[in-house]
Design a protein around this ligand. Sequence first.
Ligand SMILES: Nc1nc2c(ncn2[C@@H]2O[C@H](COP(=O)(O)OP(=O)(O)OP(=O)(O)O)[C@@H](O)[C@H]2O)c(=O)[nH]1
Length: 474
Amino acid sequence: MTENPAASDVLPTSGDKFRAALFVGVVVYFCSIFGILTSPPGVLAAYWPTNAVLLGILIRRSRPPNWLDWLSAFAGYLVSDLVMAHSLSKGLLLICTNLPGVITGYLIFSRQPKPYRTLRHPRAMPRFVLGVLGASAAAGTSGIFVHPILFGGSPAYGFAFWFCTELVSYMGILPVLLTMPNVKRWLKDHRRRADWPSFRLDLLAPLLAFAVSLGLGVHWGGPGAILYAVPAMLWCALTYSLFATAGITLFFCMWTLLAISSGVLQIGAAVDSPLAVMSLRVGLSLTALAPLTVASVMVARNELLERLQHAASHDFLTHVLNRSGFLTQAGELLATPQLLRHPVAVLMMDIDHFKKVNDTYGHDGGDQVLASFATVAQSCLRGGDLLGRLGGEEFAVLLPGCSAQDAYTIAQRICDAFAAHTVALRDGRQLNNTVSIGVCCAPRIENDIAAMLSAADTALYRAKENGRNRVELA
Ligand SMILES: Nc1nc2c(ncn2[C@@H]2O[C@H](COP(=O)(O)OP(=O)(O)OP(=O)(O)O)[C@@H](O)[C@H]2O)c(=O)[nH]1
């Protein structure tokens, strides 16, 4: 289940493995302490997060867990039981119900392709539910044997109790862990403040609606109050990321359980029998599925739209913008208020004697020259510059905030770099080419990209006439 080639290429040292196993043990220990501390006296934990957290960590790992990880998890469970004054035999029996669910869940989830595992596929949720049901059923099966020994209940009750407890925690916690962004990668992608998602007040509306509906539920009460937040959660799912939606649904499940058990939320019926508690837990878990499904479908839809938009605006051969992508993005850039009162330059570039390249090296050789030129030109540009292939062997560049002198220097740099660049064809042959460039500069941003391209084209024509492999200013 290795997804990250960079991570998988570097084999973990024994120190790495030890640290990873230690992390597993520490997390299991603290989650178990939380579960025991929040459990009603004499009864098992009302919310047992450990197994779902452990399963989430193991599924997200780039390598399968080894014996050290399992040993560390085992120690984490046992030590927390002993610290909280459970007997050794009780601790061991509880581990016998905790680990089978985690192992079963791991075996199911680790075999699924990444888009399903990370819930970024339109059909990911049914598979997720099946995985969670499998893990919960494994824990329930252990409960058939362990529950009568530990608590004297019937095997059927043991199954139902363990099954429901695991179901509610897997349904709530696992989506958060499976969809959590990689923090290091996120920070790397958003290192500059300008790259951070901009804060918009209207984006808060779904969250506010969620809070208000929870408040109304507390205010009015009654059996329907549990469901007041569902439309707001669906709105959140349509607005926020999958991870944020998973966090909101987890909060909804935990809040509702806690609010009912503490009497803050009066639903008009006593949730005091085991059957009522189990019904509530299963009902909450199933309610949380609706926003998660919407968010999962939205992610898949947005990723598909992004791919389509990229394909529609980029050139398949050179991977730079195509004509319509270049013109659209150039128009948007020129309309940016921050760029007003700044100079702008446009370059028109045409590879010299390209017909001869095709005739001598074939169309495939010509294609490789085009791709090489795009790479060379891109390497000479700054981050905010736009490069596009307008058609055939003709490329254009938009240089925002660039003076005539700088534009000429950049154009000359591209010209020299391409002349010095040797294209190695797939059949082993090598060739050198040149490019002619026309430059048009405007001291202030002019919102007419077509006029600037036309002026640069006239300069390019002159560059061709004056011997090619040169830059001419309009
Ligand atoms: N390999 C390849 N060739 C293309 C592509 N698009 C256009 N061409 C070829 O590019 C050549 C352009 O030739 P011309 O416009 O005559 O110009 P040139 O030979 O470069 O001559 P000058 O521009 O005057 O230096 C034509 O032979 C087109 O068939 C493409 O995507 N791939």
